[in-house]
Design a binder for this molecule. Structure first.
Ligand code: MLT
Ligand code: MN
Ligand code: ZN
Length: 301
């Protein structure tokens, strides 16, 4: 299979339109590379079909970038969607808003999500019900603990990752909102695990990572109080369901002892200093065994 990081930034992108943090200004000064918002795509090598995982507000630009790099057969199809399906790992605005931009598709969108996410996107943030009157939607369930077959060679195992509800949901009920996906190519017997919203690393997740060939992991924040300390948000990283990189129990330290997979940070917030070239924090990560994801990074497994 082929995995492509379409967007390595978290919500807001890099730079974010209203942000004047160090990182955003560094991009505007031409001294850091811009990044689009969180999304990846996976291709079956058997039949060539692509699956979009999360639909970011930058999906239009991301599809054009794929086209420009030769991912799709040129000029094929009549305004059809170049993805056989779209898998959603949560109902967050930054992972779903791109769906509305795909309404011009001549065929219904094949969307996979948990029933909880489907419900949220049918009432709280009514993208799916809106799309019914445009291209239409064929929905299929993603259930934690279950495996679904995407193509003859690709299967996806779903696992629970986070109980953080999107901000637009006004419920205090504790339920699984964020999932992770382990995608297996059954021909090459290789797996990638995608966990863009990771609140903690328990023993199950640790062994899942250790048994993967590549992991794409939550790189949102450097510190737990990143947003409050910059005066640009009240919630800590942990309150937002994101394990920070630094600190004794941070993801850098916890992932350092996972040795089998290639490890890559994705969903990196614009305030995270690892995005600034030559910053001490970036150097720390560069000296670790974990890579910093970027738009267009393609992995063949
Ligand atoms: C997240 O990743 O935590 C969300 O996308 C942040 C948000 O938009 O509330
Ligand atoms: Mn996000
Ligand atoms: Zn910023």
């Amino acid at each position: 299979m082929l995995i492509r990081i379409l967007g390595a930034a978290a919500g807001g992108g890099y730079p974010q339109w209203n942000c004047h943090c160090n990182g955003c200004e560094t991009v505007r000064d031409g001294k850091a590379t811009p990044l689009t918002q969180s999304s990846i795509a996976v291709q079956s090598e058997e039949d060539g079909s692509w699956f979009l995982i999360n639909a970011s507000p930058d999906v239009r630009q991301q599809i054009e970038a794929m086209r420009a790099s030769g991912s799709f057969p040129s000029r094929s199809g009549n305004r059809s969607l170049p993805f056989s399906g779209i898998l959603l790992t949560d109902a967050e605005i930054d992972h779903t808003t791109g769906l509305i931009l795909l309404r011009e598709s001549t065929a219904p969108l094949n969307i996979y999500s948990t029933p909880t996410v489907k419900q949220a996107l049918s009432s709280g943030y009514a993208l799916l019900s809106t799309l019914q009157n445009y291209c239409g939607v064929n929905w299929a369930p993603l259930i934690p603990g279950e495996i679904i077959q995407l193509t003859t060679d690709l299967e996806v195992e779903v696992f629970a990752l986070s109980t953080k509800a999107p901000k637009y949901i006004q419920s205090t009920e504790v339920e699984v909102w964020g999932i992770g996906l382990t995608i297996r190519d059954t021909i090459t017997n290789t797996t990638v695990t995608y966990a863009p919203g990771m609140a903690s690393i328990d023993t199950d997740l640790r062994s899942r990572f250790e048994n993967s060939d590549c992991i794409l992991i939550d790189g949102t924040f450097w510190t737990n109080d990143e947003l409050p300390s910059l005066g640009i948000g009240a919630r800590t990283a942990m309150q937002m369901g994101h394990l920070p990189l630094s600190g004794e129990n941070g993801s850098l330290s916890q992932l350092s002892t996972i040795t089998n997979p290639r490890k890559i940070f994705v969903h990196i917030n614009n305030t995270n200093p690892i995005l600034i070239p030559n910053s001490p924090e970036r150097q720390t990560v560069e000296n670790s065994s974990i890579e910093i994801g970027y738009d267009g990074l393609t992995i063949k497994l």
